[in-house]
Design a protein. Sequence first.
Length: 283
Amino acid sequence: MDSSRIALVVDSCTDVPPEDIERFGMYVVPLQVNYRDETFLDKVTITPQQVYDRFAEEVPTTSTPTPAVAREVLERVVADGYSQAVVVTISSGLSATYDLMRSVTSGVAGLECAIVDTRNIGMGAGLVALAVARMLADGASLDDVRRESERIVRDTKVFFCVDTLEYLHKGGRIGNVTYAVGSMLDMRPVITCNEQGVYVTVSKAKGRRQSLKKAMACAEKFASRFPRCTMAVVNGDAAEEAAAVRSELGERIAADVWYEGQISPVLVVHTGPGLIGIGVCGA
């Protein structure tokens, strides 16, 4: 490997389509899905469908990558001939993964790293990683990425709808009152990440279809801020609805590129089946 090039490392919840991970040669540090009796590596030893299939018997927990696994990936980067890397992580406001990667990278000899806190999740974080990947492919330096990453993060959002509030409640993301009232009235929130990278509700609607319409309206409004943009529509066991959302948005937003796909097993744990996420990146 050409040592003058810069490696790109992402965590597994920074959702990037597999073909783009391969195309840009990204290195992936997996988070963990934890059941009572066994632990799996996100996207490596467990799939989204396997999480769905086991929900009836157990809702697992999730955790950051282990330091050993993170170090192993970074040492592979060095072994492949890189002396510099950009590390892109999901929001520090939602996970300790960012802090973990900061700690581990400081102890890897011979590797200078720039760490990007996307303050986003899933494909929102993935769109930041893809924007950085395009910069690196065009010859950007580590300082270029440090200088431009804040703008990329600021210009990237994901808006998502869940089919049930149950899993956000079990994961501690919403309180008892919000869960009880929302479930009783069939109120569906449209959720995004704010400037601090934590979940906030940007809109509410009664019923599934209305919540999807609100999410599309939020995405269209954000996309209108930019002369050009990159879009993504991702889903959690809701491929048919995602295709319909993608088709409808495609008539309203002239994006340069559209990404589609499933969310990671770790995100499945927190959102349950039926998630639709719409990502917008103006970078």
